[in-house]
Design a protein around this ligand. Sequence first.
Ligand code: ZN
Ligand code: ZN
Length: 413
Amino acid sequence: MSLNPALRASISADLDQTITDYKHFHQTPELSMQETNTAADIASRLQSLGLTTHTFGGTGVVTVIENGDGPVIGYRADIDGLPITEDTGLDYASTADGTLPDGGTTKVMHGCGHDTHITVGLYLAKHLLAHTDLWSGTVVMIFQPGEETGQGARAMLDDGLWGRIVRPEVIFGQHVWPIPAGHLYVSSGTAMAMSDCLCVTVRGLQTHGSQPENGIDPIVLGAYMITRLQSVVSREISGNDMAVVTVGTFHSGLKENIIPDSAEFTLNIRTFTEEVREVVLERVRRIILAEALASGAPEPEIEEMYRFPRCFNDPAETESFLTHVGAELGTDHVHLEQPSTGSEDVGAFGDDIGVPYVYWFFGGYSPAKFEGGQTPPGNHSPFFAPDDVETTLETGIRAALSAVLNKVGKDRA
Ligand code: ZN
Ligand code: ZN
């Protein structure tokens, strides 16, 4: 639905401060599940609005905005940064440091744009509180840590989120994306892929590089495994189904004339349905074990590193979203799109309690960035950052308010 003019005026009046706050979060990213300062910052800003905050999963922050009788609606924003050295050249670029789980140090960047998500979430809360005359009901705001590692939603749920916080009847969320600012992309049904990450340790037999007959070469074996894994999608999955199998790392050996005793590689698998997921995982396992057998090697270890659940937008809620948020932003600015092969753990909040959700993408780049068929830097690039910050944030806030007020607004549909 179109936003009330008073609400629109508040968004505009606050835009300068919104951008200032965004730049602050941009400069202070923290790694997944280490968002201690970010969580404290979010909590204190919410408290300064008069809200009570709750902590879940260590660095997750939740607040419940109560405003009389009416539906209970959830809104989720993720808050973590990435181990990337920012190379945007912006005068507010991050120079923050972080410590990786293995103890190594890294630069940290909001390379996935979660700084925009934090900012939009905070201003959604602020504008809802400033205009309580326009709505009645309850809005549960979830600031989630650890999205990038697939840990955060699960950590909040395992910490008893839905046992202690009122359960919403629908949950919304959004992600900044390398599409034109002012535009939204949304999918109905499957919205984002499931993701499985595996670590494979290939066992060989160490020997001198001059005497390969005395060993089992884990590098050659690993190379066969990786080559053959390319045939899972091309030869074993129907053309009607979607699957991606990517080997993102391969490490082995220390010296050119030593055949090492092991190799390690990591896999990332994306699928849209549980059926296809199970087939791919079974075929991947079969190939890895069979190639080891073919080389006379010990059985390799296949370890699950982490996984992302499905993200399935409720079709009826998505249709309602298209209609009502389209009325605010313009139907030619809200696009029904094919699902993304990216992954997200936002769906866990709804799936955990059988509640529908809608998750959409909002644009982060000015039209100039797309001229002549150019593709601007995507999420997780050291060059990723919205160039039209004003339109990006304003659109995110309008979309969130419009989706929420469609449910709790006094003039709701
Ligand atoms: Zn990301
Ligand atoms: Zn992200």
